[in-house]
Write a protein that binds this ligand. Sequence first.
Ligand code: ATP
Ligand code: MG
Length: 597
Amino acid sequence: MCPEVIHKDADAARAANLRDYEQACRSFSWQRARAELAGMPGGGLNIAFEAVDRHVEQGRGEKVALRCVGRDDSVLNITYGQLAAQSAQFANVLKALGVGRSDRVFTLLGRCPQLYAVALGTLKNGSVLCPLFAAFGPEPVRQRMQLGDAKVLVTNEALYMRRVEANRGRLPGLEHVVLVGPVAGEHPGTMRYDEAMAAADDRFATVPTDPQDMALLHFTSGTTGTPKGAVHVHEAVVAHYATAGFALDLHPDDVYWCTADPGWVTGTSYGIIAPLARGATMVVDEGEFDARRWYRILAEQRVSVWYTAPTAIRMLMRATPQAGPDELPGRFDLSALRFIASVGEPLNPRAVLWGRDVLGLPVHDNWWQTETGAIMIANFAACEIRPGSMGRVLPGVEAAVLARGEDGRVLLDAQGRVTVLDAGAEGELALRPGWPSMFRGYLHDDARYAACFADGWYLTGDLVSRDRDGWFWFVGRGDDVIKSAGHLIGPFEVESALMEHPAVAEAGVIGRPDPVAGEVVKALVSLKIGFAAGPDLEAELLAFARRRLGPAVAPREIAFDQNLPKTRSGKIMRRVLRARERGLPEGDVSTMEDLRS
Ligand code: ATP
Ligand code: MG
């Protein structure tokens, strides 16, 4: 893919770093990571206790936990002590309502300050947190609440009216709706967050949950089909804590910013739990994406560790390609920034290098899923970056590349055993279960859960290869891989090659049915500002891709589309592009970003 390797330091330091990695892998165990957390006094393990109360008990209550930047640029600091008290109040609110252990509390909120007290208070009460994207329409909200057995919903007035009120009668299990912020109208069957909190005590004896008690319910992004509700337990906090150290280099003196939406697993694992468990200060931005605003937050809040997504990096690249002194990024002081990481989709090599050139730091890609609950594979802080690669496995994680059969499923012999492939071969990425944040099931769908395992491995559904040094390279989702004239083509490679062209902002690559080749490669491309779609540019891009990829892999056809369909977590929905190409229904598009809103 991209031959260039980014060395963080001089060669000698790099060699030491690699030794550190190997040393870390040897000396790491999940038991030892767990011992770094406190555990509840008197027994039990509870995410919220580890994330907030532990710091207060250890004398760090005055430290700022959340720095909330409002849409109007106002800044509200919330200390660990305040967050402990507020979350205790919310736990008391739930308790007073008769909401208890393992009852489901859904949130439908943007990144507002109250979200954190609600999330942590829910966990303190032993209830289960289930965050939804605030931008979901009424039907996706209803479906998920129904599937997830919602007992409580915390939202605001506008979202309640637009997304929930009309469906309330179809959700008999939904006993309580709590409205955050100002409430202008009358809404029977709802209560006000501010009033309930004002009446609640700010001391609460956190429920001593068992490490295996259900804590979080996360719906997957729905990139490949109907979203699944992945169940996670309290001991997941051990993985959030440990992986944020390895993969995000996150330490207590960091100012950390995670741009993920709170409705996506990243927004909880690394947007609430991990940074607090590590005792850092977290920036919470209530606003929307805007290049100038983002640079300003990075600069003014002195962000040191930044966790974002390929789609966000590509939006920044599109808006601000250069970093000369007069260009937008050049006008902000990003000197506090020392680590950038990305997740959610493959990160094109071009984006890694753009980070280095424009932000002053390369972007460290890492890989994980809703199901894994925490980062599994990463371009470490300590190691060199291989642009275009997902990185290496984290300590405590065992991964393998498994052979797949003609039907696209993992190959099993007569004894039900898998074949582990050597370096260089493409196959399905599999993980050996045993890390604490591994999902414990898809809610109400045991068959789908069981189908994720074979011969002691968890099958991820992603196609990858591993190089000889242990770096993993993403090829495509199992369902996205294109079969053309006997070749298996991963869309990521083609998309990354197209993105090397100065006109291309984003690309989505699919197989178009073809009577001779089975499928031929088709690319849908969105353009950067200043470039016009047309036959000349199409011919140029086709020739450009052909030079880079060769005729077997290069697209045969290019179409221009400024609004590539994406999930709300920012992933290009190739299955929607494929359905459109074939004139078929688009399937479940509940998680598709609404480009008009
Ligand atoms: P669904 O399972 O509903 O189809 P989804 O898989 O997109 O949706 P998530 O759990 O949010 O839901 O995303 C995990 C997937 O995202 C991974 O399986 C992988 O395909 C992709 N992904 C995440 N990080 C990376 C990465 N660094 N490189 C390549 N792909 C990634
Ligand atoms: Mg998935």
